[in-house]
Design a protein around this ligand. Structure first.
Ligand code: UDP
Ligand code: MG
Length: 320
């Protein structure tokens, strides 16, 4: 086992949005974990917690600033506004990359078991570049949340996106994997889909997910659906295939209509012009849907790539 502790500067990145209720306690707990790891000489004494304030409207940033004054192990960055969970993680990794060799991301509410951090670090020291935290028990999540999560993982699998089952954004990544990750310029970030596509030796650590003790979930249904939609659309063109399928179906219906109107026409049941109108409407409609879906596929891809907007904007940076 490696214990070159001069090199292993661990950075724990904690995204926080309106977490004034939970953050104080979480920082205490995480700092204790960090100090234990330092004492065990598994990570360097220069290791740190980096809290990313994602445009909170409450006292979150004040708590981070105060904590950083009191402890050398706590630092933070402050976004200019709310950029969302995934961007907060990327922002934290980008800003802290020069100060660390290995990185762990964990939510501010500590629903994820911090004991798994020790196991993650051990795996890192054994040579793994990525250690996914996966829940082996979600009893504490609502039945609805469990059902939606399950359905989502199944759907993603079906459309060919590789995900580590039951893993979210609690994970360890080595510096070289973070370097690769930061080379992914995508706007619609879905980290749990990107990470497996990077490769490098990886493993999974299982833990029991707890209930949120302090504060409320910052992921209302709307944000959950948006994240799922980002996951699907930035990794798969299955929705476009659905449109293509609809186009083919419509075209097929046009042939049925052609057949039907021909019979009506031969039986003399129709007004002049009705047959040709009916057939053209269905046929052209089908062809147009197919064509639109193909063009849309390319435009959608170009649209996403060309804007190149910043994924986050840092207003204050306490890292030094
Ligand atoms: N979060 C964030 N920006 C947002 C929403 C959430 O940084 O716009 C953070 C939040 O503070 C927490 C983590 O992302 O640390 C996960 O959020 P939460 O625990 O509310 O989600 P849940 O566990 O309910 O899915
Ligand atoms: Mg949570």
């Amino acid at each position: 086992m490696l214990t070159t502790n001069k090199k292993n500067r661990l950075i724990i990145v904690v995204p926080a949005y309106n977490e004034e209720e939970a953050l104080g306690k979480s920082l205490d707990v995480l700092q204790n974990v960090l100090l234990t790891l330092i004492k065990q000489q598994k990570v360097s004494n220069e290791s740190k917690l980096v809290v990313v304030n994602d445009g909170s409207k409450d006292k979150t940033w004040q708590i981070i600033e105060d904590a950083s004054k009191q402890s050398d192990y706590i630092s933070g960055i402050n976004f200019s506004r709310n950029f969302g969970h995934q961007n907060a993680i990327i922002g934290g990794l980008t800003a802290s990359r020069p100060y660390g060799d290995v990185f762990i991301t964990i939510d501010a509410d500590l629903q994820d078991d911090v004991k798994a951090i020790y196991e993650m670090v051990d795996n890192y020291l054994d040579g793994y570049d990525v250690v996914y935290g996966a829940r082996n028990d979600r009893e504490t999540d609502s039945r609805f949340k469990r059902w939606t999560a399950d359905t989502f993982y199944k759907l993603m699998n079906k459309i060919g996106v590789e995900l580590v089952p039951e893993s979210a954004d609690f994970r360890l990544t080595s510096g070289r994997v973070v370097d690769e990750l930061l080379d992914y310029p995508e706007q619609n970030l879905f980290l749990r889909g990107i990470l497996p596509s990077i490769g490098f030796p990886s493993t999974v650590v299982y833990y029991k997910r707890k209930e949120r003790e302090l504060g409320e979930s910052k992921y209302p249904l709307r944000k959950m659906l948006a994240l799922a939609w980002d996951g699907i659309t930035s990794f798969s063109i299955a929705p476009m295939h659905l449109v293509l399928f609809m186009g083919i179906l419509t075209t097929f219906v046009s042939f049925v209509m052609l057949f039907y109107t021909a019979i009506q026409y031969l039986n003399g049941h129709v007004i002049q012009g009705w047959s040709s109108l009916m057939v053209s409407i269905w046929f052209i409609g089908g062809i147009q849907l197919i064509a639109l879906s193909i063009i849309g596929e390319y435009i959608g891809k170009v649209f996403k790539e060309t804007k190149k907007r910043p994924r986050f904007i840092i207003q204050d940076n306490l890292l030094k």
